[in-house]
Design a protein around this ligand. Structure first.
Ligand code: PMP
Length: 326
């Protein structure tokens, strides 16, 4: 978004400074804004951590130029890391569970990365194990490990949070953000709580995901189609800090799908299912504020639309709910 103001020397400089746009989900008494992360060069929120983590790791000497970055990833992080690796003279290998979208895997390869698949049944933890195996074999390599690396959260504390508060002159009442690694939410939440300790923090996950078990007992893990958020085992997502979270909204696949289609048809947003989920959850929180069930320092909610629907066209994202193969 800064690109029109002056010439830039590298695509890396186009990461961040994404637009914050009003969305039509709230009752008139509550303003809801979405940060459009599709404006990043790799078209997702993960470009932010790709740049931030690799620059920091090079600075700290955890990897030297010419080395190899190895990451287990559902895809968007691979794209973000691939762009940064290429620009910072590093190689990249990504370990991706089979079920994740082919579009993402093609883009990682196009950016010069190697992609290795692990079986869907082995879940993300299978991909994590394989990434560490590779790192043991390859010299001058590093596994950033987005699920456990505080730099993931820090990237959003340093960029996404301040951008939101700058755009709204600090008038943020609630933050409603989806949790995959939880880096996006935790970074924004840390920043938000420093600005105003009463800011309402709402984590969003699919129905069947297990973050909810950390706050309100133990729901059962079930499969879901929404891609990019949720966890089958919350203990593996080390960045999620339940003490920073007021509520967890679970969204059904059907509600996320209905909402992502509505966002395209009525508001011009071509976004993936995690954006559909957070938009739906933002409506729920806005209604709660409107009814006086939730008191917030400002009648304003901020959410983040993490990526684009173009990444999921092969999965029938704009087909009927039954046709959509999440
Ligand atoms: N949506 C999509 C499409 C994603 O790829 C991710 C990252 N897994 C997220 C949301 C969640 O972001 P975070 O990992 O920062 O929680």
């Amino acid at each position: 978004m800064t690109t029109h103001e002056h010439p830039l020397s590298s695509v890396l400089e186009t990461v961040g400074e994404t637009p914050l746009v009003a969305i039509d989900v709230g009752p008139p008494s509550v303003d809801v804004y979405a940060k459009l992360e599709t404006f990043n060069p790799g078209a997702s929120v993960k470009d932010r951590i790709g740049r931030y983590m690799l620059e920091a790791m090079l600075d700290r000497g955890e990897i030297d130029p010419g080395g190899t970055v190895i990451e287990p990833t559902a895809g968007n992080t691979g794209i973000g890391l691939a762009i940064a690796a290429q620009q910072l003279d590093l190689n990249a290998i990504f370990v991706v569970p089979e079920r994740f979208s082919q579009e993402k895997q093609q883009l990682m390869r196009a950016l010069g990365a190697r992609v290795e698949n692990t079986p869907t049944e082995a879940e993300m933890s299978g991909a994590v194990d394989r990434a560490h195996e590779l790192a043991d074999e390859i010299e001058n390599s590093v596994v950033p490990q987005q699920f456990a690396n505080p730099l993931n959260t820090e990237a959003h504390y340093a960029t996404t949070g301040p951008e939101i508060y700058g755009a709204l002159d600090g008038a943020v009442g609630a933050v409603v953000v989806g949790c995959g690694t939880a880096g996006t939410l935790m970074g924004i939440a840390n920043y938000a709580r420093e600005q105003n300790g009463d800011t309402h923090i709402c984590a969003v996950e699919p129905e069947g995901s297990m973050y909810g078990s950390l706050l309100d007992g133990a729901p059962e893990h079930e499969e879901y189609k929404i891609e990019g958020i949720g966890t089958s085992d919350a203990t593996t997502n080390e960045l999620f800090d339940p003490t920073l979270v007021d509520t967890i909204e679970q969204v059904s696949d059907r509600d996320a799908h209905t909402e992502l289609k509505r966002l395209a048809r009525e508001e011009g947003h071509l976004v993936g299912s995690s954006a559909g989920a957070v938009s739906h959850a933002a409506r729920t929180v806005a209604n709660r504020i409107d009814r006086g069930e939730l008191s917030v320092p400002h009648q304003t909610i901020v959410t983040v639309f993490p990526d684009t629907s173009e990444r999921y066209l092969s999965k029938g994202i704009y087909g009927s709910f039954e046709e959509w193969d999440g």
